[in-house]
Unconditional design. Structure first.
Length: 63
């Protein structure tokens, strides 16, 4: 089960339940959700990259 929650100007919950319960719950249009999901994923990946970069710098400075 994948549950994505985004709290902001638009509040949404995306819920994917694996077969045999493949019923994604969308609040809003499908295009809206695809766009928002993509934005959230992009932000998460960018943040992760930044955090890894910072922790790499900190590790270098400590040694």
């Amino acid at each position: 089960m994948i549950v994505a929650k985004y709290v902001g100007r638009h509040f949404f919950i995306i819920q994917f339940i694996y077969w045999p319960f493949t019923t994604p719950i969308f609040i809003g249009t499908q295009e809206f959700w695809i766009e928002k999901t993509w934005q959230v994923l992009k932000v998460l990946f960018e943040r992760r990259r930044v955090v890894q970069g910072l922790s790499g710098i900190v590790a270098k400075n400590k040694s």
